[in-house]
Ligand binder design. Sequence first.
Ligand SMILES: C[S@@+](CC[C@H](N)C(=O)[O-])C[C@H]1O[C@@H](n2cnc3c(N)ncnc32)[C@H](O)[C@@H]1O
Length: 312
Amino acid sequence: MNKPQGFASSVASYPNRGKWGDSRWRGNCSGHIIKDALGSYFDWSNPEALFVDPSEGSGTSGDVARELGVNYKGLDLHSGFNLLRDDLLESVGRPAEMIFWHPPYHSMIEYSKNVWGNGQAHPDDLSNCQSVGEFIEKSQLALMNIYDALSHQGRATYCVLIGNMRKSGEFYDLTGMLQRVAPGKLRDIIIKQQHNCVSDSRRYGGASFARIAHETLLVFERDRRILCAIDFAFQVEQRLANAQRMTWRSALKRVTRPGEKVHLQDLYARLSGYAKRVATNQNFEAKIRQVVRRFEEDFTPLGKGVYERVAA
Ligand SMILES: C[S@@+](CC[C@H](N)C(=O)[O-])C[C@H]1O[C@@H](n2cnc3c(N)ncnc32)[C@H](O)[C@@H]1O
């Protein structure tokens, strides 16, 4: 195996996409980023180590892997593998040391309809989602499948190359949305400058937004505390519950002054407008009681429903 150098920094730029894959395949990526990712995250000490791409498109990953002498397995919806329905680990046959995933950027390029299909969109084609919400939900399912196909040895890693989208004047942070639902421990974030994309030829002079000119490589490694992807789903729920508690805590601090003595009834009154807008909080008074009791460092109980907002 010929180990490449890997990323020199967290910013990458490849003006020339290189010889790998098919440059005529719309939405193909540069083999340089795959080569750098392998150089940085692949287990080069293990001659059996396996590299997998579950949506290989024109085969860029395979070309890079062959050149470097890396064991490789590539799949795609166009050749019968469906990341939303088929188990990746089972389809590959053994766990992977590294997985590279370059999904469609929502509906920017419709693959089964316009790139490899017969003009009819495949129902499980990730570029055929009817909304951004549907795309993120299905992508999370795909990411769980990917996570569960990683080896339990060493620092098994998966990378997701994704770009953001502007459609009908709206900006969609697909990168941030995917990052929030991706299982594993974040290992790196690489910003890749985009060259020669279709939008380069459009005129943006005087526009009140910046032309999207980068993609992001999100790099996650297996987290030993997350046994499988389902385990992670529960952690996300927990994170959301914590975030909600923190929001109530901040809101309570926002409506009280340091040193102020305040009765629970006043707190209910001050926050009832906010609570009505937060549809998930059926019983906001109970929520307020729970939060002031939980954060004694902010609210000292004085008895009979009165609390003193700590001065710090
Ligand atoms: C951005 S392209 C990948 C391009 C590739 N990196 C290259 O350089 O040629 C996204 C790929 O995702 C595939 N895809 C879409 N939905 C899929 C699914 N459910 N399962 C597996 N692959 C899927 C598409 O067929 C397409 O080839």
